[in-house]
Design a protein around this ligand. Sequence first.
Ligand code: NAP
Length: 441
Amino acid sequence: MDRPLRVAIVGSGPAGFYAAGALLAADPPAEVDMLERLPTPWGLVRLGVAPDHPKLKTVSRAFEKIADLPGFRFLGNVEVGRDLHHSDLVRLYDAVIYAVGAQTDRRLGIPGEDLPGSWPATEFVAWYNGHPDFQNIAFDLNVDRAVVIGVGNVALDIARMLALTRDELAPTDASDASIDAIASSTLKEIVVVGRRGPAQAAFTTPELQEMGELAGADVFVDPADLVGAEPKDTNAERNLAVLQELAAREPEGKPRRVVFRFFHSPVAILGDERVEGIELVRNVLDENERAVATDETETLECGLVFRSVGYRGVELPGVPFDDRRGTIANDGGRVGPRVYCAGWIKRGPTGVIGTNKKDATETVELLLSDVAAGRLEPNPDATSAAVDELLAERGARVVEYAGWTAIDAAERAAGEKGGRPRVKFCSWDELLAAAEKIASA
Ligand code: NAP
């Protein structure tokens, strides 16, 4: 190819940035246009990682370095399916990598799941993180008891966020509305429900340990749940040690309680107009460690249910989808001619941020091997001018990287007085105004 390879990456979370990094470091380096439907980059690092985990968010510094490399363009506020279509991308680029993550939640498939007061984890997480599409949801946290279904790290994030005090929330970049709602809520108890035992829990030990360090909540673990637990790996072994320690604690009378309930599955969410309770069934484990329901049920009164049983990818028009896995149908990241994928939309919603580096690099290596083997012909229309022209024709209000750095600077400045990393703009209008104000100055 007598010009740089031109690649569109759809999505600007960790998988998108690690893919961009690998492409820009290739020999010869490729050119990357990163398309993002929001005016802001970093995906779940900005809008998923819990606000009281600022260290995890510092990975964005590595992404900033990638964004500064020659050949990189950020095209924010550009939605694939609205401003550009899959058919445009395969015409205007040599290759496309979808790194759009898993944007929705897995369903429980039980009666009452959609009652007001029963929320998917995705929406609550997006709300407290200031995602501009989720600020109109009225989370009424003034109930006595909330139930979180699932024992993964997202479930722990939600339980912990609900338990934080105003002092713990104040130095974070959680939205002001969520800080107020959580700190002033009448919530007394948060029950975290696992369908299997403590040895099968998906959460990791540092996240579990944090539950025992909350200023405003005592943690309760039933020692009976730990009897006979057989850890299969080091994480489970460490989790069990922490759970033993938590089970042995005397409560200190803190204002809230976080209660772990293992071996229970929800069978129905109850209530007429809104959530009033949840029916749980007791499970035992079969020889393959699968949960099998007994005939022992109980009803737990509660005003809120958060369903945190895993995320799920959303189908993109024109791109083959594997409905069973909830991912783009792919083989090691290759989807079809010119089309690739990386991250959660490729492998499903598993692993930590760093897992996406290996995952995205594998996809890029496959893409580059296709180029080297002559399986990916240069596209005659692949120019940045052609992309810009089409976006202008469609009336897109593109936020370039300078627009994002303007948003970033304004948010950080707003955070400084309160000793917070930033105060996020939580509406589209504010985000676009901030991007355009300083970008045009
Ligand atoms: P996850 O780790 O896959 O956990 C999902 C949980 O839901 C499991 O406990 C699972 O139990 C349970 N579950 C699934 N279907 C269920 C059902 N029908 N009824 C009851 N329970 C059900 O998913 P996640 O918590 O959404 O996290 C996604 C990924 O992001 C994970 O890799 C996680 O580690 C990562 N993450 C990391 C951090 C961090 O590092 N601090 C923070 C947040 C997220 P079974 O095991 O029985 O299926």
